[in-house]
Design a protein. Sequence first.
Length: 269
Amino acid sequence: MARGELAGLKVLVTRPAHQARPLCDLIEQAGGEAVPFPVLAVEAAEENETLQRLLASLHDCWLAIFISPNAVRFGIEAAARHGGIPVTLLIAAVGEGSRRELEQRLGRPVDLVPPDRYDSEALLALPALQKVAGRRVVIFRGSGGRELLAQTLRARGAQVDYAEVYRRTRTSAPDQATLLRWIAGGVNAITVTSSEGLQNLYDMMDERGRDWLLSMPLFVVSERCAALAERLGFRRKAHIARHASDQAIMESLASWAGRNTGHAPEKQE
């Protein structure tokens, strides 16, 4: 990416604090100003007896699916307290970020990852997951979330358990001085990487803040998040990155910035 592609742009980065720095760095390397504002906090889940038994029996599983980099981080740390990830266990990642985190932490290649579109649907379409009857699968994730993976694999005959190894909480709303600064031009675009994060950001706002939020260019990483933005009343169509990586988000920002030189109000799409 050429330096200066985001010159003069101030971009709100809503990733959790421990994950935001790489995207902030990319924005700043392109001449923009990153405005970190995490809308989710992530922390390890309490290990109840069910989770402890599951982590201690990973050697009996055929496949472990990690749905996010947070699932990788907290899942491997939790598994390490109960014997670790067996070398015989097949490993699957829903996205590219999860794949990179897994390979860095485990020191071996991930066995299954979608080649193009990084979501549950693409993972379920892989040939290796079509005939899974009698197989035991564990899904590492946070508390709650989509049920598509488990429901589909169970329908195909697999035994599926969840290892819910972290939980997400909403952070504090921006104070009035910060919000007024954003409204006055302190933010030109907003990046959001989950539907939960977008809902949190919306719920944080008072009436004035919400009116401002709904007028802003929004950059998301999934069709689901874009659909939520439409339901919430965003007045511009959300820009959807090709996947959830920081580089893909940057490409989406740079493409938009290139079409909106001077950052004048963009045309509705």
